[in-house]
Design a protein around this ligand. Structure first.
Ligand code: 5RP
Length: 218
């Protein structure tokens, strides 16, 4: 079974978490794209969606699924999104697609965060995947110097601008043993918009596509 088949399997399993008449939070990336395509099959059963990126909004609209501004929505029963890494506590690294800030906002509003991924994303210790950090452009060098003091090797993501008009620093070489602490420390640096650690608001459920079926961790 290919990685993509595993992602698709996990994404389709997330349909079980969709309540009739709900507004659904939708993430970004290749696994989220499989979820969007699956959601299209039951679009008549939901009120609409909130998207975590312009790319996902365009894909949802392409399927004829309504996309609402988060500010016009009172509650989100569920948010479905992928991840770059998860540990056993369902603390995540996200932002490989650069949509981390909007993803974190949608996750914060959601009652339940269902993370969907192939099983290569489950790790013992977070940090092998470089940690994405969204930074206000004028603070780029300052934040990079501060990240070096925290033990990381920040690399500016080449020719990339986020949906919010900012840049991304991908931080290599971190071994993240206390994800909640590091998440707060990095967010405290002036000029950081947010970082890709989802530890203070981890996933509630992790659906992993495996060669033998979908494995659920919660
Ligand atoms: C985008 C993300 C994605 O969820 C993450 O990069 C995983 O992507 P994929 O599903 O393509 O493996 O955080 O910002």
């Amino acid at each position: 079974m290919t990685r993509d088949e595993q992602k698709k399997q996990a994404a389709e399993a997330a349909l079980d978490d969709i309540e009739a008449g709900a507004v659904v939070g939708v993430g970004t990336g290749s696994t989220a794209n499989f979820f969007i395509d699956a959601l299209a099959r039951i679009k008549h059963r939901i009120e609409g969606t909130v998207a975590s990126s312009e790319a996902s909004a365009a894909r949802l609209k392409g399927h004829g699924i309504p996309v609402f501004d988060l500010n016009s929505v009172d509650e989100l029963p569920v948010y479905v999104d992928g991840a770059d890494e998860s540990n056993q506590y369902l603390q995540l690294i996200k932002g490989g697609g650069g949509a981390l800030t909007r993803e974190k906002i949608v996750a914060a509003v959601s009652r339940k965060f269902v993370c969907v991924a192939d099983d290569s994303k489950l790790v013992d210790v977070l940090g092998k995947f470089p940690l994405p950090i969204e930074v206000i452009p004028m603070a780029r060098s300052y934040v990079a110097r501060e990240l070096v003091k925290l033990g990381g090797r920040p690399v500016l993501r080449d020719k990339f601008v986020t949906d919010n008009g900012n840049v991304i620093l991908d931080v290599h070489g971190l071994q993240i043993l206390d994800a909640g602490k590091l998440e707060a420390e990095i967010n405290n640096l002036t000029g950081v918009v947010t970082n890709g650690l989802f530890a203070r608001r981890p996933a509630d459920v992790l659906l992993l596509g495996t060669p033998t079926g979908v494995r659920k961790l919660d």
